[in-house]
Design a protein around this ligand. Sequence first.
Ligand SMILES: [Zn+2]
Length: 496
Amino acid sequence: MARCWRTLRRRGEPTDVLIQDGVIHSMGTGLAAPEGTPVFEATGLLMHPGLINAHTHGHTGLAKGMGDKWTLELLLAAAPWIGGNRTTEDKKLTTLICAAEMVAKGCTAAYDLYYEFPLPTRDGLDAAASAYAEAGMRAVIAPMVADRTMYEAIPGLMDALPDALQAQVARLKMMPFQQTLSAIGEVLRHWRWSGQDILPAVAPTIPLHCADEFMCGCATLAREHGVGLHSHVGESKVQAVVGRRKYGKTLVAHLDGLGLLGPEFTAAHAVWLDDDDFRRMADHGASMAHNPGSNMRLGNGMFRLRQALDAGCNVGIGTDGASCADNQNMYEAMRYASMLSKVQTPDPRFWATSDEVYKAATVGSAKALGFKDLGAIAPGYKADIVFLDLGSINWIPHNWSTNQIVHTEDGGGVKHVMTGGRFIFKDGRHTTLDLAKLAVEAEAARARLEALNAEWAELYTKLEPVVASFCPAIAAQLSPQALPLRFACLNFDLSS
Ligand SMILES: [Zn+2]
């Protein structure tokens, strides 16, 4: 039983929380607990439900901070270098690095789109799942797949490469999608983590990188197995332009036409969506994962949070991977989400409130992950609770709980974290992980992979100038005249 501060607007009020079998049984002051129930005294602490990361990539943990001026397309060009030659142990280690950070920064569940080349494997995804289990987190892990490379997906890009580079890029060719679908089916059939709330899903990575038949095959597998479907939709301006040209409609309209939208579907990023796209998403009960840090970091633009919420869309908040967000800090993601909704217009009527952002990062993300019993501290919900130290400088003074969780807290105030009533982080330290050991293993893997991937690093240096000039030129072709849509990234017209 915990005696502490419950988060209510504006200041949380003291309450007792009775936890039974990992689930919140009842709440109230002076709550009676069955004889012998251990009591955890939480005076001076503020409880909030564990934050839920709606979009990340465990495979990027080892690639933290490897690039600076990266667009999404440059990041994809760097993928073989920053993620190549991984052993099964590396696949666990890289995920554990992400999970350890999420826990330390108040996050207890994540939707992880996990990439392996050339095919998803049972061992690899099992390794990722074991990392979340070890960290004490809940997760949804989706093998992230494609049947064409970026060089094939973006018309003209392959031709823009010199012949020698084309030959090298050909080595990155994806497997025929039938093989990939059967590999995913194999993973789904043998999944053994669901009892620990570590569920599988399916992630055709980017519609342009997947044949329509492949996308539909992924959706069929997801439906057959009752799991989620997750894709990066309208993340970069390049995708919006190429998608419009290729499909003759928006990416969301195309996915809708294929019958892929539904409550189990999550569109990550969704930066380049118009109002009609939002309506389609809302009508189908689909979710969006808003990753503001990554969207800024990769120069992808600004998700229109206010408009998405007004359209009735379910929105979750995510960090995205450590290679493009550089951290797994959900407090930062919430703060960015709030800021980004505000920087788009000086009219506060079109801003999201901190309460809305807080809701997105808890119940909104939970819905995207498919968990009905996560994201709140309430009877019937799993006891995934973060305890913030009200003595931390982030809370001196404590004026407005949710507003400060979104705008003031940065992870520095996280004192304890529990999942299912069990402490996985206590007094500022992981209880299930040895961070010093993790650091030693990570450094050994980093050094080994740096040597093994040297040739891919060299290839990247050759690809970079081509990709860095070709893709922005495509993006520049988008104008309101060419696409009569209301996009997020239009600059304010100061002349009117
Ligand atoms: Zn992503």
